[in-house]
Write a new protein. Structure first.
Length: 112
């Protein structure tokens, strides 16, 4: 079953600091910019690529694009809003939608 569609992003990023990351997501700093990161284990490279493709399609619908790091049986996703200088409500929404995609793919969360 496909995840529920995510409404497109507004023209301007949703602003405002977040209190805490969604469950399982880690607040990190990448290139001096705060971000949300989560990693998953998958059975093989093809399934990691399939999940990365699903996240890419989500990103296109949101017009908001994460960093994706794919390896054999693993995927890491990093969401941030560079224009806002860090994590916004849009990143949190995208992270939650990513969790739905990962659950549908039977991906297992991985600690960094």
């Amino acid at each position: 079953m496909a995840p529920a569609p995510v409404p497109p992003a507004q023209a301007a990023p949703e602003s405002g600091a977040i209190d805490a990351p969604p469950p399982g997501w880690t607040q990190v700093v990448r290139g001096g910019v705060p971000a949300l990161e989560k990693r998953w284990r998958l059975p093989d490279f093809a399934q990691a690529m399939a999940l990365a493709q699903a996240v890419a399609e989500l990103a296109e619908r949101l017009n908001h694009h994460p960093d994706l790091h794919v390896g054999w049986g693993q995927l890491a996703v990093v969401w941030t809003t560079h224009d806002a200088g860090g994590v916004t409500a849009l990143d949190v929404r995208a992270a939650r939608a990513t969790d739905e995609l990962a659950a549908a793919a039977d991906a297992q969360p991985r600690t960094p």
